[in-house]
Ligand binder design. Structure first.
Ligand code: CTP
Ligand code: MG
Length: 223
């Protein structure tokens, strides 16, 4: 296994509010987590995937992937713990690790390839980003505007995030605060995080609105 992808899929999806855990909610008839894993493997740049799901759903998830090079493990209480559980079952010979949200089911394989290419070129940590198109303001606790942020220096961060295996292991070991992204752990230990171009289709499904957009995009065929 040269390139391993870890897919945290153990969240409950509180903000989506579906009856099943979010990763198992179907988008145009296919569970989100299956779409996310297919995108990784279809890139041709990923050798093996470890998916972390809620403990009770390990058997069901294994059934979703019996035709692909995928291992299913039980996730943890927060995203970082789920990623850690995936890393723990990685085995040997892993050169690069991607961490990819199950909640980004429409992520194009081209984004996966850009991230892997950058890691293979020697970047210890890489994140796909897109420009921020809204004007962004900082506000005080009463909601009154304090200042306008310089948008040209801002990027919205997506997944998959890519790492040299040793770099991610070190970051998970040394960083203490739980964070919403893995590159943040690398930042926390003072190492550089590089960026590559992301894609609007790599958006995260968080709310019912996002799910609706995903369904509409798939109904429009081109995805
Ligand atoms: N995740 C995970 N283990 C957790 C929490 C989150 O593997 N204990 C995963 C989710 O399954 C998702 C990704 O991390 O693929 C991004 O998290 P998020 O979008 O916040 O998903 P949920 O935590 O499920 O949603 P919510 O915060 O609305 O409950
Ligand atoms: Mg969450």
């Amino acid at each position: 296994t040269g390139v391993l992808a870890v897919v945290p899929a153990a969240g409950s999806g509180e903000r989506l509010g579906a009856s099943a855990p979010k990763a198992f909610v179907e988008v145009a008839g296919v569970p989100m987590v299956r779409r996310a894993v297919d995108g990784l493997l279809d890139s041709g740049a990923v050798d093996r995937v470890v998916v972390a799901v809620p403990a009770a759903l390990v058997p069901e998830a294994a059934g979703l992937f019996d035709d692909r090079p995928v291992t299913v493990v039980a996730g943890g209480a927060d995203r970082q713990a789920s990623v850690f559980a995936g890393l723990a079952s990685a085995g040997s010979g892993v050169h690069a690790v991607l961490v990819h949200d199950a909640a980004r089911p429409l992520t194009p394989p081209s984004v996966v390839r850009r991230v892997v290419d950058a890691v293979m070129a020697g970047c210890g940590a890489v994140v796909p980003v897109i420009p921020v198109s809204d004007t962004v303001k900082r506000v005080d606790p009463d909601g009154v505007v304090v200042s306008t942020v310089d948008r040209s220096a801002l990027r919205a961060v997506q997944t998959p995030q890519g790492f040299l295996a040793g770099e991610l292991a070190r970051a998970h070991e040394l960083a203490s605060d739980p964070l919403t992204d893995d590159a943040g752990l690398v930042e926390a230990i003072g190492d550089p995080v590089h960026t590559v171009e992301g894609d609007p289709l790599a958006f995260k499904i968080t709310t019912a609105w996002d799910l609706r957009i995903a369904e509409l995009l798939l109904a429009g065929a081109a995805v």
